[in-house]
Each structure stands twice: as structure tokens, then as C-alpha cells.
Write a protein that binds this ligand. Structure first.
Ligand SMILES: [Cu+2]
Length: 234
């Protein structure tokens, strides 16, 4: 009986390993992109002197082909029995900018916030499901770690010293999410087979104007593209 049971467990494991697929795609923006916004960092000479050239806001990055960066693409309502990765997600403060501008992290996974600037930052996160956090990072404090206990929609993390510094964080209870690069591309690996709703979020469209599409994942890879369009003026 024991042998038979073990056999079933092995077959079960094989099924979950075999029947998983990658979700890949490109996110586009259609329409006239907003004018690039120059960031003025004069209020802190350490910040302004860190840049030789003009620095632009990262809140809307679209290239000439419409490839849309910093979009969080994620699978909604997917079961997950894996532990949070021991590898932390890095949120760097460098040149008085957050890098990356948008991150996804799992419940229980560390976010290591770095200060690579010889100045003071104040990290102020405004989640709703998780406790708000707000702490200073003088130039002597090079790293602080935070973790989240609950999954939640993207929220802002800003610096109270430098008003142009903003980043966005989304917390997931599974590993099936990705953030688009400047080429608009994303890859979500090893999604268990099934039918899902896939959500694409961008900060300028917000949680009320996320894009959703349905997809069926089976063995192999599946392509799913999204196109955000400029909202019509009322
Ligand atoms: Cu700052």
C-alpha cells in the first residue's frame, strides 16, 4: 500500500512539473505619449550633481515603437505551494532615483532598500493591507530590509526629502508576475496549467484601469500581448 501511495505522489509531482507553461508577451501603448517630464533636483546639490545630463521622470516610459515599460503583468488567483524566494528584491536609491522604478515582491520575501547616495533619504511606503512604513536612511545607512505579510495592489513608496522620488511596489502570494522592460516585454515562467485572468497594471492608469485578459496555460509557452490606449478626454 505504501509503495502504491508513493507511486501516486511521484505521478502527482510529475504532472505538476510537466503541465506548466511560460507566459510571454509585449505591452504596448497606443496614442500620443505625454511629454517627457524633466526632474529638477536643485533642492539637494548631492542629487543634482549626481547627473551630467537631464533626468526624466520614470512614470511614463514608452519608446518610438510603443513599447511600454514598468507595467506589472500578473496572473490572478493562482494557487501556489512554493516558499517565498530567499533571494531579496533590491530597491536601490542611486542618484536620488529609485531603481527599479517598479517592483513585484512575494509575501515573506525581503526587499532590500539600498542607499548608494551620499545624502539622506526618507523611505515612505503607503501600503493599505500591510502596515505603512516610514524611516530615514542617512548616508551612513546603506541597507534596510522590509517584508510584507499580505498580498496587495501596487502602492507608492516615496522619499519625503526628495519629492520627485517615487517607486511602486506590488506584493503577491505567488511567483507568477513580471515587470515589463523598456522593450515592453515580459516573461512569467512555469505557470501551472489552467485557465487564468491576467492583469496588466501601469501607474498612470492605476488600479481602476488595469487591463485584463483570459488565457489558458498548458505545456509550452503561450503569448499574450496588451495594449494600453490613451484615455479619451471627456
Ligand atoms: Cu531621497
Amino acid at each position: 500500500m505504501q509503495k502504491c501511495f508513493n507511486g501516486l505522489v511521484i505521478i502527482g509531482v510529475m504532472f505538476t512539473t510537466l503541465f506548466a507553461g511560460d507566459l510571454i508577451g509585449t505591452v504596448k501603448y497606443e496614442g500620443k505619449a505625454p511629454k517627457k517630464k524633466t526632474l529638477r533636483m536643485d533642492s539637494d546639490p548631492v542629487c543634482s550633481s549626481a547627473h551630467q545630463n537631464a533626468v526624466y521622470s520614470q512614470s511614463f516610459i514608452v519608446d518610438e515603437n510603443g513599447n511600454f515599460a514598468n507595467v506589472i503583468v500578473s496572473i490572478k488567483s493562482v494557487s501556489n505551494d512554493t516558499d517565498a524566494p530567499s533571494e531579496p528584491v533590491i530597491l536601490d536609491q542611486r542618484g536620488c532615483m529609485y531603481s527599479p522604478h517598479v517592483i513585484g515582491v512575494q509575501v515573506g520575501q525581503k526587499v532590500n532598500i539600498l542607499n548608494n547616495d551620499p545624502t539622506m533619504h526618507n523611505v515612505h511606503g503607503m501600503p493599505k493591507a500591510n502596515p505603512e512604513f516610514n524611516f530615514g536612511m542617512p548616508k551612513t545607512v546603506k541597507e534596510k530590509s522590509i517584508t510584507f505579510k499580505k498580498a496587495e495592489d501596487p502602492f507608492v513608496v516615496k522619499c519625503d526629502v526628495h519629492p520627485w522620488m517615487k517607486s511602486y511596489v506590488q506584493v503577491f502570494d505567488h511567483p507568477y508576475f513580471a515587470v515589463t522592460g523598456t522593450d515592453g516585454k515580459f516573461t512569467i515562467n512555469n505557470v501551472p496549467s489552467g485557465e487564468y485572468e491576467v492583469v496588466a497594471w501601469h501607474e498612470k492608469f492605476g488600479s481602476k484601469r488595469v487591463m485584463t485578459q483570459n488565457v489558458t496555460i498548458s505545456d509550452g509557452s503561450q503569448t499574450l500581448d496588451f495594449t494600453f490606449t490613451r484615455p479619451k478626454k471627456k
